[in-house]
Design a protein around this ligand. Structure first.
Ligand SMILES: [Zn+2]
Length: 251
């Protein structure tokens, strides 16, 4: 039992690294409108990356963070994203009770990671990723027999009202899709509400920090997606415990 668990954990970690590597391709190509086919190239010398250079994480360590051809330094962001993806996959393994829900949750969290990183870098949210995230989240809760409408409806209402009031200036229609996916993942309205509250608190804390350290001005727009993603992850990992602490006797 234990040994089969260990091999499954290793399998999830390796899958996480591989999809993390694919994620770096998505993150650098989707916002620029480039298609996902074709081999990866060094952005400076356009040398096509060989098989060894495509092995996630280890190639970075092996090449000491430089292109083998022109020795241009490769951003440490790429191996970190691969590592984060592997950690999310292993986390999903422990949260989902059996391999199928674990795998569906892993892909949901992986997509949420990509959405958050793209939002942080370009302040845009891509509907192809939002819709995929929504579908994996719904599949996850359906497989577990935990499909609730209160969570998604709360998010759709919350972002939908802002979208209507501002005619799409405060939040985009992509936020509504993203919110719906998070709502399905979390289930009940209690967790959805706590998630929104947490996201705004994290966002406010980050804004105060950025203003205090003069890394942002009052006019800067700080993307909300990353905070929403962190809050969602916290709720997925420890939402029940947090609710129990806040409202004793609720669960
Ligand atoms: Zn190069």
């Amino acid at each position: 039992m234990l040994s089969s668990n260990i091999s499954l954990i290793v399998l999830f970690a390796v899958l996480g690294l591989v999809f993390g590597s694919f994620g770096t391709v998505i993150i650098s190509r989707v916002p620029a409108g480039r298609h996902l086919g074709g081999r990866s190239r060094c952005p400076r010398c356009t040398h096509v990356l060989g098989a060894v250079e495509l092995v996630p994480l280890f190639s970075y360590l092996l090449l000491r963070g430089r292109c083998r051809h022109c020795s241009r330094s490769i951003s440490v962001f790429y191996p970190l994203l691969e590592l984060a993806s592997a950690l999310l996959f292993v986390l999903a393994f422990f949260i989902g009770s059996t391999p199928l829900p674990s795998l569906l949750l892993a892909f949901s969290l992986w997509l949420l990671l990509l959405i958050a990183v793209i939002d942080a870098r370009t302040q845009t949210i891509h509907d192809a990723l939002n819709v995929s995230f929504l579908l994996f989240s719904v599949a996850y809760v359906v497989v577990l027999g935990r499909l609730h409408m209160a969570g998604p409806l709360l998010f759709i209402f919350f972002f939908g009202v802002q979208w209507l009031l501002s005619r799409g200036r405060w939040v985009g229609s992509g936020d509504i899709l993203l919110g719906a996916g998070i709502g399905f993942l979390l289930g009940g309205w209690e967790k959805a509400l706590l998630c929104l509250g947490l996201a705004y608190m994290l966002g406010a804390a980050a804004a105060i920090f950025l203003l205090a350290t003069k890394r942002a001005t009052r006019k800067s727009r700080i993307p909300f997606g990353p905070f929403l993603a962190i809050a969602t992850l916290l709720m997925v990992v420890a939402g029940n415990e947090m609710l129990r602490m806040l409202v004793p006797g609720l669960l």
